[in-house]
Design a protein around this ligand. Sequence first.
Ligand SMILES: Cc1cc2nc3c(=O)[nH]c(=O)nc-3n(C[C@H](O)[C@H](O)[C@H](O)COP(=O)(O)OP(=O)(O)OC[C@H]3O[C@@H](n4cnc5c(N)ncnc54)[C@H](O)[C@@H]3O)c2cc1C
Length: 222
Amino acid sequence: MAQSRRAVVIGGGIGGLTAAVALHRRGRHVTVLERAPSLEPVGAAISLAPNSLRALDVIGLGDTIRDLAAWAGDGGLRTPGGRWLSRSSADAAAERFGGPLVLLHRATLIEHLAAQLPPDAVRTACAAALADRGGIDRPARVSTPDGELEADLVVGADGIRSAVRRALFPGHPGAVYSGFTTWRIVIPVPGVEFASHETWGRAASGAPTRSRTAASTPTPPP
Ligand SMILES: Cc1cc2nc3c(=O)[nH]c(=O)nc-3n(C[C@H](O)[C@H](O)[C@H](O)COP(=O)(O)OP(=O)(O)OC[C@H]3O[C@@H](n4cnc5c(N)ncnc54)[C@H](O)[C@@H]3O)c2cc1C
């Protein structure tokens, strides 16, 4: 009955991989289907709030990820001219929410999540679609370029424009673009005292922008 214990996760982002690790730890045979050619590094930094770290605690990764934090200090929001709009205190946040904000490379998080899964659990270059949601008398079916997979559980983790969500909830309006553009980069430690912050303001085109200057990679000594 191995087939009936199979879980298929559509989407190998943070949500899909986390769900897959949790299911694997509960003894499910898990297959993650990711349409990208590989789980190669995407994005820059990600800041993990205490609630997401508690979720990582559940799958046994919380402390490992906390130890990888590139930064865990005070921060805030600034105008493009540098004026502080608001300041945030790491200690106050930790006291209120039960832990600090942890900032690390997104690719590092993905790497650690994927490492918790059996080597053959993630199939890349594999765009998938929910073919049949299944029912009490039949498994769900997921179509892939290599044929169909049956599963007793399908997790739709295919991101903000989720096709799985559209299939299951056709009346859902989906995400609406709010007009904000975010630039996020990873820079070396500047070598001077540096207060981590986000800068909020209007771009040259008049569109509102939001940027974060927070992640920094320690520069190795010469
Ligand atoms: C610029 C930016 C900065 C952000 N910063 C933060 C932050 O600091 N902290 C924070 O908590 N959150 C942050 N977020 C939000 C965070 O990135 C998302 O909440 C998170 O990535 C959602 O994870 P997910 O796995 O649900 O979706 P995604 O990360 O979007 O992953 C979905 C995956 O599904 C795959 N996929 C899609 N369709 C298919 C298909 N048909 N078949 C197979 N695979 C498919 C995609 O290729 C993708 O890999 C940020 C978002 C952006 C855009």
